[in-house]
Design a protein around this ligand. Structure first.
Ligand SMILES: Cc1cc2nc3c(=O)[nH]c(=O)nc-3n(C[C@H](O)[C@H](O)[C@H](O)COP(=O)(O)O)c2cc1C
Length: 172
């Protein structure tokens, strides 16, 4: 597991190669197998491969997501807010599980933050996406995970560089 954590770096440049059906299925399984509070499964996903829709989602916020238009796939991570007050946690766990599964399949990925971000002055990124994808009002959008084959690779993280000062033993 540590090896996978060291290897996973954000990928924002993808080749045009589509993701094979069996790999797609594994990414979906990763999202659905992630743990959820009280096992209520508040997290749902919308798998997007349509190029035009990816382009529309890429402009959900002014910065930090435009590379989605060049990804072969985006997984929109949404939470059913009627099920639990901790849908954000459920959605975040699903998102990172998808990213780690992507890495293990030889794919690259990047988290695009949607919750708390704005599409325009008077519309949130989440509202914009809910309209685009016909998502019911009682869901919120957490993030979009852009996924595809890596067009460039980043250096792996290193255990030498981890900041041990963030670890507190027994007391702060
Ligand atoms: C909660 C969260 C939100 C993020 N939002 C964005 C985003 O909107 N756009 C983006 O390009 N990267 C985003 N990232 C990716 C981070 O910038 C990236 O994980 C971080 O810089 C560390 O780099 P690494 O993933 O290569 O290790 C986000 C990551 C997390 C965990």
């Amino acid at each position: 597991m540590i090896d996978l954590l060291l290897k996973r770096r954000s990928t924002r440049k993808f080749t045009s190669q589509n993701i094979e059906t069996d790999k797609k299925e594994k990414l979906i399984q990763a999202a659905l197998l992630s743990p959820t509070a009280r096992n209520l499964h508040s997290c749902e996903i919308i798998v997007i491969e349509d190029k035009k829709m990816l382009e529309k989602l890429a402009v959900s916020k002014p910065h930090g997501g435009t590379f989605l238009s060049n990804a072969p796939m985006g997984i929109v991570i949404i939470g059913n807010t009627n099920k639990t007050d901790v849908w954000v946690e459920d959605a975040s766990i699903a998102a990172i599980d998808v990213q780690l599964e992507a890495e293990s399949l030889g794919l690259g990925s990047c988290w695009i933050q949607i919750r708390g971000r704005n599409y325009s002055e008077n519309k949130s990124a989440g509202e914009y996406i809910k309209e685009l994808l016909n998502i019911p009002s009682y869901y919120d959008v957490a993030s979009i995970i852009a996924i595809g084959y890596k067009a460039s690779t980043s250096v792996d993280s290193s255990l030498k560089d981890i900041d041990r000062s963030r670890v507190h033993l027994e007391n702060f």
